[in-house]
Write a protein that binds this ligand. Structure first.
Ligand code: XBP
Length: 259
């Protein structure tokens, strides 16, 4: 039986990377008088690592004017990351970054059906608060049985730590939940924890499906384009569909999951 749905945040709940975090990083560079800028393509390449601070450190490896001392690099990354998160909260407060299609409906359906919800993300807690406080209201947390962010799970995806902590908090076996993810690192993290995964493709990860995922498709807001296909007549991916894919999980083997 499907007992809980675990949500990734960036790219899955909302398309936050290109027009949210990336823009906020560039504002932070400007505010700190640092001459770096990340265009859409560069940011996409840096998404290879989870975590904004880690992303800054990765970029510094190829930045001419980056500090030479590792400790100084850490300090600069820390400062820029803090500034970035402040700017991100401002961007999100403007309401420009909305939940992706079908997300709100699926959350509401789960709440109504007593299917528990969790957040499992490698982003900072303040970013989740900013996004969900704006989109679901200040009481957003009451909808979720567990919220695991970067602060609790410093070993970031693809490490399974965040998923293992969520399962522990929910006191549920991995096979009784479903994760919704958009990025290869997230899919790998969930699978390493034994959690079945549904993939919604996002701007930066148009092809994150991996062998063994329960299903993958374009958006929870549409029923077409999913593999395996959604029930005919459906207009979006709802809880019934999640339950169907979940109960078919024994039949999902390596190599299945793509048309
Ligand atoms: C996404 C991330 C985060 C965000 C930025 O995590 O890797 O780093 O890009 O947030 P997920 P921070 O897909 O698991 O939600 O700057 O707070 O790291």
């Amino acid at each position: 039986m499907l007992e809980a749905v675990l949500w990734d945040v960036d790219g899955t709940l909302a398309e936050t990377e290109r027009d949210g975090h990336r823009v906020a990083f560039n504002q932070a560079f400007r505010a700190a008088d640092v001459p770096w800028r990340w265009d859409e393509q560069r940011y996409g390449a840096l998404l290879e690592v989870s975590g904004g601070r880690e992303r800054l450190l990765l970029d510094m490896r190829s930045q001419e004017h980056a500090p030479l001392e590792p400790r100084e690099r850490e300090q600069l990354a820390e400062r820029l990351h803090r500034l970035k998160n402040e700017r991100y909260a401002e961007i999100v407060a403007r309401g420009d970054l909305r939940l992706r299609d079908g997300v709100r409906q699926l959350i509401e359906e789960c709440v109504a059906a007593d299917v528990r919800l969790g957040i499992v993300t490698t982003t900072s807690r303040c970013n989740v608060d900013a996004l969900l406080g704006g989109q679901l209201g200040r009481q957003w947390e009451s909808m979720f049985s567990t919220v695991v962010c970067a602060e609790q799970a410093p070993l970031k995806k693809p490490n399974p730590q965040a998923y293992l902590l969520a399962l522990q908090a929910l006191r549920l076996p991995a096979a009784s939940v479903v994760a919704i993810e958009d990025a290869p690192a997230g899919v790998a993290a969930a699978q390493a924890a034994g959690v079945p995964v549904i993939v919604t493709r996002s701007h930066y990860f148009p092809d994150a499906a991996a062998p063994g995922v329960l299903a993958e498709g374009p958006s929870l807001g549409e029923a077409s384009g999913w593999c395996p296909g959604a029930e005919s007549g459906a207009t979006r991916i709802g809880l019934d569909q999640l339950r169907r894919w979940h109960s078919a999980r024994e039949h999902v083997s390596a190599g299945v999951g793509r048309a």
